[in-house]
Design a binder for this molecule. Structure first.
Ligand code: DP6
Length: 360
């Protein structure tokens, strides 16, 4: 079994470069079984599984320059503008990963990052953002120790990304990634994400995700606060058991192609996530009236057409519309005719399942 110790950097084969830079493009992901609840150090209370996305991504360049002092110093530019408000999260990330990548203390950094989706869209960028930084740091490790295998490279990248943001562990690989130990998922671990290890039925190949932007504002509740709410939650244990059970069920469904069961599991997961927030102390309602209008329209449309379109939600008001490749044109029409009226400024993003991070 792989443990945290296996990820401690212990070998320099090449000399430290004076300066350099690496660039990675990393996808966002959408969870089908949700991660909601964690313990130190950023370990999940239940396993989760997500589709890796394609069109929603972060592109990050990490520039590094050798220095003599021992403090980690960095600047962050987001979409060309200096963003000091992003510093605390990255500082925390650096301090958490330092024991595994001690060479980062030898450098000053400039981080330049941008997203393919609008920052204000309500789409979380912490997953793709932390995954990109983790991969840039792994590229530095690879430069210092070229003998590491690709398998170790990506596993450790996911491990580091997880320490920045839990869901970031699922933004390295494609197309379906599981994070969190589960007896039915070979190789799964609480420490990093793994590609779903079984053969995926053709019904789930090239799946689409249209993100309906119901509320483009900043999130009302940060995910860290949200996860904390599970600590004294009256339904926490049952919820964690349910998620484990849903992973087992979804694993079979992904292999046997049963689209109707997929819908039931995925929609129930989305509503349960929100039910957890509505029943915690303090409580939150993150859905907006238009979120519910869209959900009702989807149910109506399914009843009328026998379509396999379904929805999932993040910790916010936006709706992700998931559907198979063969329904592409009919669902697009449905969105334009019946759903965009509920989107802020008629905004929505067409995305699909993607294959994971790429170096630039
Ligand atoms: C609702 O990964 O953003 O999107 O680990 O605190 O950074 P931190 O939380 P984060 O939580 C994501 C929660 C979710 C569900 C999911 O993606 O599984």
């Amino acid at each position: 079994m792989i443990t945290e110790q296996d990820f401690v950097f212990n070998k320099v084969e090449s000399s430290f470069p004076k300066k350099g830079k690496f660039t990675w493009k990393t996808p966002s992901n959408i969870a089908l079984v949700k991660y909601w609840g964690k313990r130190e150090p950023q370990l999940p209370e239940n396993p989760s599984i997500s589709f890796t996305l394609d069109a929603c991504f972060t592109l990050t360049t990490l520039e590094f320059t050798k220095k003599s002092s021992k403090d980690i110093k960095f600047e962050i530019y987001f979409e060309g503008k200096k963003k000091d408000e992003f510093k605390p999260k990255i500082e925390k990330f650096f301090s958490r990963i330092r024991q595994y990548v001690p060479f980062i203390a030898e450098y000053d950094f400039v981080i330049r990052s941008r997203n393919s989706f609008p920052h204000s869209s309500g789409i979380a960028s912490s997953a793709s953002g932390m995954a990109a930084l983790a991969l840039c740091i792994m590229s530095m490790e690879k430069a210092l120790n070229p003998s590491i295998t690709d398998e170790f490279f990506y596993k450790k990248a996911s491990f580091l990304a997880r320490l920045g943001s839990g869901s970031a562990s699922r933004s390295i690989d494609g197309e379906l990634v599981v994070w969190g130990k589960h007896r039915d998922i070979t190789g799964s671990s609480d420490l990093y994400g793994v590609q779903f290890p079984e053969k995926i039925h053709k019904n789930f190949k090239n799946f689409h995700d249209i993100i309906l932007l119901v509320d483009e504002g900043e999130k009302q509740v940060s995910s860290t606060i949200g996860h904390d709410l599970m600590h004294n939650h009256p339904f926490a244990e049952k919820r964690f058991d349910q998620a484990k059970d849903n992973i087992s069920k979804l694993s079979s469904v992904l292999q046997n192609g049963d689209l109707k069961s997929f819908i039931t599991i995925v929609e129930s997961e989305a509503l349960t996530l929100h039910a957890m927030m509505m029943s915690s102390n303090p409580y939150f309602i993150l859905m907006k009236p238009n979120t519910l209008h869209i959900i009702n329209k989807i149910w109506e449309y399914r009843a009328q057409t026998n379509s396999n379109v379904c929805f999932t939600l993040d910790a916010g008001a936006n709706v992700h519309l998931l559907f198979p490749e063969k329904e592409k044109s009919s669902v697009n029409k449905f969105v334009i005719r019946q759903l965009i009226q509920f989107c802020q400024n008629n905004h929505y993003i067409c995305d699909r399942v993607g294959s994971g991070a790429k170096q630039f």
